[in-house]
Design a protein. Structure first.
Length: 315
C-alpha cells in the first residue's frame, strides 16, 4: 500500500491548482485481495478541513461491481445512489465518538499543563468534570453530514473505562466501554473494540482538534465537535453568510440583492482548481448584500453573500 501525496504542509493552493490531493495505491496477488486492502486503507484515511471524495471512494471499493471489474464509463450515472449512502449517524457511533472526543480533549489539556509547568495534580488542571456531590459529566455536541445534532452528556460509569451517554433529545442512555485496543494507539488515532449496550463494535478512529472520523462496519462518519452551548441563532448565523469553499473566480451571479431564496437555491458559480462549484443557499431568506461581482477572484473561506434569514429559521 502506498500513498502519493500531491500537497504537503506549507504549500500554497492557487485557483489553477489541480484538486487531486493524494493517490492511494495498493497491490496484491489477486484483485479480490487488493480490493480488501484498498477498503482497509480507505477506512483508515481521513482529511479534515477540506472537502473530499472519500465517501464516494469507499462506496465504490465496497461495491460488488467494482470487485468484479464490471465498471464502464456509465457506472456512476447508474449506481451513484448505491455507492453514496446518506444515513443519519447511528446513536452507537455518536456515543463512542463522544467518549473518544472527551478523552482526546482531556489528554490534550494534560499535555498542555505539563508543557506549561503547571502542577498536574492540582484540581484546577483536572478536566474530568469532578463535583463535590458527584461528577457532573461533560456535554458534547457534534456536526455531521446532516448538520448540528443534539447534545450528549457523558458520565463515567462504575466499571473501569466505562461511560454512560445521555442524549438530550430523548431518554436514551447508552453504556459505552472500551474493551481492547487492536493496535498501539497514536496521539491522534486508535483502533479499538467497544461494548455499546452489549453490542460489540470495532472502530478505527482518527481525532484531530475538533474533528473526528470514526469507521465501523464498513461505514465512515466524519464529525466536528461544536460548542455545546451554541444557541440556534449563532448556529444559523454561518448559514446566512455563505462563503467560498475554495479559491477561484466568480463566473456567474445567479441572484440579485432583494431576491427571495429558499434553502437549496443556486446563488453563484465559482470556477477554480479545474472545476466549477455552485454555491447553494443553506437557509431561506432575502439576499441582503452581494459582496463580490462577476469576474472577481476570491480566496477560500470568505463570505460571498449576506442573506437576511427568515425569523423562523433562527428561532
Amino acid at each position: 500500500m502506498r500513498v502519493d501525496s500531491g500537497i504537503t504542509d506549507g504549500d500554497r493552493i492557487g485557483i489553477h491548482y489541480d484538486p487531486l490531493q493524494a493517490k492511494l495505491i495498493v497491490h496484491d496477488k489477486s484483485r479480490r485481495a487488493a480490493t480488501k486492502k484498498l477498503q482497509a486503507g480507505l477506512e483508515r484515511t481521513a482529511m479534515f478541513g477540506v472537502s473530499d471524495n472519500l465517501p464516494l471512494l469507499r462506496g465504490i471499493a465496497a461495491s460488488k461491481i467494482f470487485a468484479g471489474a464490471g465498471m464502464d464509463t456509465g457506472y456512476l450515472d447508474k449506481h451513484l445512489a448505491d455507492v453514496l449512502t446518506d444515513r443519519a449517524t447511528p446513536r452507537e457511533i455518536l456515543a463512542i465518538a463522544a467518549v473518544v472526543s472527551i478523552e482526546h480533549r482531556n489528554n490534550a489539556a494534560r499535555i498542555a499543563s505539563l508543557r506549561g509547568g503547571q502542577d498536574t495534580g492540582s484540581p484546577w488542571y483536572q478536566p474530568d468534570a469532578w463535583r463535590l456531590g458527584g461528577t457532573a459529566g461533560s456535554l458534547i455536541r457534534f456536526h455531521d453530514a446532516h448538520g448540528p445534532g443534539a447534545g450528549i452528556r457523558v458520565l463515567p460509569a462504575d466499571s473501569a473505562n466505562g461511560h454512560y451517554c445521555h442524549f438530550a433529545d430523548d431518554r436514551l442512555a447508552l453504556s459505552v466501554t472500551a474493551c481492547t485496543e487492536a493496535v498501539e494507539p497514536g496521539p491522534d488515532w486508535r483502533e479499538s473494540v467497544w461494548q455499546v449496550d452489549g453490542q460489540e463494535i470495532a472502530a478505527a478512529i482518527i481525532c484531530r482538534g475538533p474533528w473526528l472520523q470514526l469507521c465501523a462496519d464498513g461505514q465512515c462518519h466524519e464529525l466536528r465537535r461544536l460548542n455545546p452551548y451554541l444557541s440556534a441563532t449563532e448556529s444559523a448565523d454561518e448559514d446566512a453568510h455563505p462563503g467560498s469553499p475554495l479559491p477561484g473566480k466568480i463566473v456567474a451571479l445567479l441572484v440579485a440583492e432583494g431576491d427571495r431564496v429558499e434553502t437549496g437555491d443556486k446563488l453563484l458559480v465559482l470556477e477554480g482548481m479545474k472545476m466549477e462549484y455552485t454555491l447553494l443557499a443553506r437557509t431561506a431568506g432575502t439576499i441582503e448584500k452581494i459582496l463580490y461581482r462577476e469576474g472577481d477572484i476570491v480566496e477560500a473561506e470568505v463570505a460571498l453573500i449576506d442573506i437576511q434569514a427568515d425569523e423562523a429559521t433562527v428561532e
